[in-house]
Design a protein around this ligand. Structure first.
Ligand SMILES: NC(=O)c1ccc[n+]([C@@H]2O[C@H](COP(=O)([O-])OP(=O)(O)OC[C@H]3O[C@@H](n4cnc5c(N)ncnc54)[C@H](OP(=O)(O)O)[C@@H]3O)[C@@H](O)[C@H]2O)c1
Length: 264
């Protein structure tokens, strides 16, 4: 089976964790061809070879979503080799706030916060989690417009922690009083990503695209420093895969996990 007769999916940050697990599950569905995004070429090649030793169903694509040239190079490569994209999964993400949180705990007595360090943490998180997803979506829109395996689909990998609905609901586990552990940098970057989801869902409504956000839940991956409290990347990938494989009658403009709709 050639790539042209299959649904072509690009997953950013798929060399490990939830993105890798999503690629693995899509491959089991047989008619999917995976462009496995990785910011590090070597790690991408290794992950692609693990997933598909034959090389018939997975191609590693080097893409750093914090670097416009890298995004454009990836888009140009896919344009010249495949001429289209059917599904984009904006999965790449970072949680760089833990180190700052630990530092704050160590220096509780200090009254003056390190503003420059905090600004940098915000910049780095937003570069990947928000700007990266937005610019990648813009760069790949011309290819999604040429999708053959319709509907074209975009999945934003968000987080329950970005939900304002859950954050303000006292009965929700994501409701927290103001504390240092509230992780405002990461959470706000995902809240903003949710607005991107609604923006693109509205923008491509007429064309019938399915644009949705998924909440993985706490997962045992590099992102959470392999927290024992987290579940497996495979479990967290289930709803991402569902959204990446929606048919014409599937939803668009929704925020969900595997149990259903999540409050924005
Ligand atoms: N784990 C959780 O508890 C959890 C919960 C809710 C939501 N999420 C979200 O789920 C997504 C995947 O997380 P994960 O748990 O699978 O984490 P992970 O195992 O750390 O994987 C994150 C992936 O993103 C890549 N990445 C980081 N910066 C990048 C950049 N500038 N350009 C391209 N790729 C980049 C990483 O590349 P490297 O391998 O090179 O670092 C890695 O492949 C993230 O968006 C995260 O916010 C995770």
């Amino acid at each position: 089976m050639t790539s042209t007769s299959r649904t072509i999916v690009l997953i950013t940050g798929a060399n490990q964790g939830i993105g890798y697990a999503a690629a693995e599950q899509l491959l089991k569905q047989n008619n999917y061809y995976i462009l496995l995004g990785s910011r590090n070429a070597e790690n991408g090649a290794k992950a692609a070879a693990e997933l598909d030793p034959s090389g018939e169903s997975v191609e590693p694509i080097t893409i750093d979503v914090a670097d416009d040239d890298s995004i454009q190079k990836a888009a140009d490569h896919i344009t010249s080799k495949y001429g289209r994209l059917d599904v984009l999964v904006n999965n790449a993400g970072i949680n760089n706030e833990l180190a700052l949180y630990w530092k704050q705990l160590e220096n509780e007595e200090e009254t003056k916060p390190d503003l420059a360090a905090l600004r940098q943490v915000y910049r780095d998180a937003y570069e990947v989690n928000l700007f990266g997803a937005a610019i990648t979506t813009e760069a790949f829109t011309p290819l999604l417009e040429k999708a053959v395996m319709k509907p074209a689909r975009i999945v934003f990998v968000s987080s329950h922690t970005g939900s304002i609905g859950l954050r303000t609901d006292p009965s929700s586990p994501f409701y927290e009083k103001m504390s240092q552990a509230s992780f405002p940098v990461y959470r706000s970057s995902k809240t903003a990503m949710n607005m991107l989801t609604l923006h693109y869902a509205a923008k491509f409504k007429e064309q019938g695209w399915k644009v949705n956000a998924s909440c993985p839940n706490l997962t045992k991956s590099a992102f959470s420093r392999f927290s024992d409290l987290g579940r497996s990347p495979a479990e967290s990938a289930v709803n991402i895969v569902r959204l990446a494989t929606l048919s014409e009658d599937g939803e668009s403009g929704q925020y969900s996990d595997e149990n259903g709709v999540v409050a924005w």
